[in-house]
Ligand binder design. Structure first.
Ligand SMILES: Nc1ncnc2c1ncn2[C@@H]1O[C@H](COP(=O)(O)OP(=O)(O)OP(=O)(O)O)[C@@H](O)[C@H]1O
Ligand SMILES: [Mg+2]
Length: 280
């Protein structure tokens, strides 16, 4: 499959449409998991994320958010379709893409006996930073995420799950990726930590020329953070727009009622159903 003709590669390798720079372009992406029963996890998804944008993928449990993010980050191969990151095809040009992106998921892996700082410095050095540079940068990032200087040298397995999640976000940003893929960055965090992470994400975009694609099932967060929201429902992208546009189009006062109109049921019901199906 080829890209639409209105998408043309520019000389620096980015893809522009009507003069605007696109960080990510997905066209007709599909992924099924074959088992006793075949699951169409991602079903013909096409979307674009502009450079400097925060794009929120909103969907209930099992709607395909993580599968999509894993394909975008080259961890998982799509069955069909095409994905480009700053103009680079993620299959043909995997190495270039890996240099431009970083992904954070809730199940991030660490050296649990090492401290937050040791983990960050290790990651920084892998990416060619000097120890002192990675150290200084890491401390600053952790502080902005609300992890006090008194905790950064403790073994990670002594930190709460929420704190570990923040360390994962810090580590992903340490290497200054152009495109940051955050799979549920705030799930399980308390309200204050949620706000700290949300502010950090917004600062990344505003001050560091970063583009962010994040997933959430938190409608409030999607509205608060994302310039544009894509609603995933059973693997399909069923609506897309700013919170305001979605509300205007689907006639709800809040995103919750918009989601209900689009998907025909409440996000909690869909989530419960998915949980029940998973435990059956
Ligand atoms: N490795 C896998 N093998 C088989 N099925 C899978 C696999 N990964 C995901 N699935 C299925 O694909 C569908 C989409 O899952 P996915 O994890 O992408 O959803 P999600 O939107 O991220 O959900 P959540 O909000 O719970 O994280 C689900 O039905 C899930 O069971
Ligand atoms: Mg997920």
């Amino acid at each position: 499959m080829t890209l639409d003709l209105d998408l043309q590669a520019t000389r620096d390798g980015t893809v522009s449409r009507r003069g605007e720079s696109l960080a990510l372009v997905a066209r007709g992406v599909c992924k099924s998991f074959r088992g006793a029963k075949t699951v169409r996890a991602v079903d013909d998804v096409s979307l674009s994320v502009r450079r400097g944008e925060i794009y929120g993928l909103l969907g209930a449990n099992g709607s395909g958010k993580s599968t999509l993010i894993r394909m975008f980050s080259t961890l998982l191969e799509a069955d069909s379709g095409e994905v480009r990151v700053f103009g680079h095809d993620i299959v043909a040009d995997e190495l270039a893409v890996k240099r431009l992106i970083n992904r954070v998921s809730v199940e991030a892996s660490f050296f649990k006996k090492l401290s937050a700082m040791e983990n960050l410095v290790y990651a920084g050095r892998l990416y060619g930073q000097s120890g002192p540079d990675a150290d200084a940068r890491g401390r600053k990032i952790l502080e902005r995420l609300g992890i006090g200087a008194d905790r950064v040298d403790e073994p990670l397995d002594k930190l709460s799950r929420g704190m570990q999640q923040k360390v994962a976000i810090a580590r992903a940003f340490l290497t200054s990726p152009m495109l940051l893929l955050l799979d549920e960055p705030t799930t399980g965090l308390d309200i204050r930590s949620k706000r700290e992470v949300q502010t950090f994400v917004r600062d990344l975009r505003d001050g560091h020329d970063a583009t962010i694609l994040l997933t959430t099932h938190d409608l409030d967060e999607a509205e608060r953070l994302a310039d544009r929201i894509g609603v995933l429902h059973r693997g399909r992208l069923v609506a897309e727009g700013s919170g305001e546009q979605l509300r205007a189009r689907f006639g709800g006062n809040d995103l919750e009622s918009v989601f209900m109109t689009i998907t025909g049921r409440r996000i909690e019901e869909a989530a419960n159903e998915a949980t029940e199906a998973a435990s059956a």
